[in-house]
Design a protein around this ligand. Structure first.
Ligand SMILES: C[S@@+](CC[C@H](N)C(=O)[O-])C[C@H]1O[C@@H](n2cnc3c(N)ncnc32)[C@H](O)[C@@H]1O
Length: 418
């Protein structure tokens, strides 16, 4: 295979241009600027930063691909899953919690606290440290300390991302094995969940009483994604257009974690979070025990199956100003997605507004969208392009009025009932 110098140079030039762009954005921004705590990992915190960071990432990946031997590159892609497993093992060993936030510990001390085999824990930690999760105080000293990225894996982190490792180990691993089978024609029409568990949908599994822990891990995983999703949702969509006292109906809202940042930013807004009864129970408990009164007072849970028409009345006689659905439509195939959208459409007047929070597929798939695309395939849903959303919505009595790109990886598809 001929070595193409021009391709490598183009990739490196692209990376340099994207670096300049990002530095330009940083230059315009004051240090210590006030950002929503939930968004604090995305800098620079400007509306353009989302697409700029995405372009930088694509450019750096392209440049690296051009620099590496192609076989090495593919070899590394095929072993990528080991990083996920190492992180699952790290969290399940208890190391992020056993190591104090400011502490430094040798591998033997840490392994003893975790009741772990030192050599094996060290291997798991070394893999994690390459990702910036824990670090050695000096190169090869075998004395370890936290990094900002390992701190978020502690159980006391405000984003319970640790729960994602339990969700991954208890459920995702099991169904991921089915991906190759899923692609085969003989399984057309079946989901990965059906092939692995014999159940129609992941939500059926989560509603079974014996899977209460699994359901908690799932809901906490949803909540954990708020830090890097909800800031963009709150800041880059004009929620104020619905009025100070507006009521947002969060359909399939889980425990309502997506609305935390919007509720903070709009202190008079009310929220009705609808989900299956067992999820609403967890949601009520979460808001009552973990959120301040002035916020939990404004969040009302209502059991509702989104395949059925909207309830005639909302709690507290509230009247809906806008409907919000994050990561609902992508969970389902076209037929089921249309049923959900139609059930809502039949309950509202022309002109009613619906906002879908989704990853809209573009030519360059973001890393998180690519990862979720596989999960959605396993659940029976899919990530869609703007055009595909348009077709789905038109078949259900809605039209897209605007696509909002936010500084988070989440896009907002604004729709109106026709
Ligand atoms: C991917 S989660 C998204 C949760 C929430 N919107 C968020 O972004 O954090 C999908 C949600 O749909 C809910 N769900 C599934 N089937 C449902 C149904 N038939 N009616 C209402 N909610 C349902 C699940 O319980 C779950 O909370």
């Amino acid at each position: 295979m001929a070595w193409k110098k021009a391709e490598l140079l183009a990739a490196l030039k692209e990376l340099r241009d994207r670096t300049d762009e990002l530095m330009g954005l940083l230059d315009q921004q004051e240090d210590g600027v006030d950002v929503a705590p939930e968004s604090s990992w995305s800098f620079p915190y400007t509306p353009e930063s989302g697409s700029c960071t995405a372009s930088f990432r694509i450019a750096s990946e392209t440049a690296l691909r051009a620099l590496l031997n192609p076989v090495q590159y593919v070899f590394e892609c095929l072993t990528g899953g080991s990083e996920t497993k190492a992180l699952v093992a790290l969290v399940q060993s208890g190391a992020p919690d056993q190591l104090g936030k400011q502490e430094t510990l040798s591998i033997d001390e840490l392994a003893s606290r975790c009741k772990a085999v030192p050599d094996r824990l060290r291997a798991v930690i070394r893999i994690s440290a390459r990702l910036g999760i824990l670090q050695e105080t000096k190169p090869l000293s075998d004395v370890w300390t936290h990094t900002p990225h390992s701190l978020v894996l502690r159980k006391d982190s405000s984003a319970p991302i640790w729960a994602m490792t339990s969700w991954s180990q208890a459920f995702v691993t099991k169904i991921m094995d089915k991906v190759p089978d899923l692609v085969s024609q003989e399984n057309a029409g079946k989901t990965g969940v059906e092939l692995a568990c014999g159940k129609a949908s992941v939500f059926e599994i989560l509603s079974e009483p014996q899977n209460a822990d699994l359901s908690t891990y799932f809901n906490l995983t949803m909540k954990a994604s708020s830090p890097f999703m909800a800031g963009g949702v709150a800041d880059d969509y004009p929620w104020e257009q619905f009025g100070r006292d507006a009521t947002v109906v969060d359909v399939g809202g889980g425990i309502g974690s997506q609305m935390i940042v919007v509720a903070k930013k709009h202190p008079k807004m009310q929220f009705v979070v609808q989900d299956l009864e067992h999820v609403c129970q967890g949601g009520r408990k979460f808001w009552q025990t973990q959120m301040p009164d002035d916020m939990s007072r404004r969040v009302h849970f209502q059991a509702h199956d989104f395949y059925t028409p909207q309830p005639v009345e909302l709690p507290n006689n509230l009247r809906p100003s806008v409907y919000w659905m994050r990561w609902i439509i992508h969970d389902w195939d076209d037929d089921k997605a249309i049923k959900i959208l139609q059930a809502l459409r039949h309950s509202v007047q022309p002109g009613a507004k619906l906002l879908l929070g989704e990853f809209v597929v573009t030519e360059h798939l973001s890393k998180v969208a690519a990862q979720w695309m596989l999960s959605m395939l396993l659940y029976g849903g899919t990530e869609r392009t703007e055009h595909e959303y348009g077709v789905l919505l038109a078949a259900s009595g809605w039209k897209i009025t605007k696509l909002y790109k936010t500084r988070s990886p989440l896009d907002i598809i604004e729709c109106e009932a026709i």
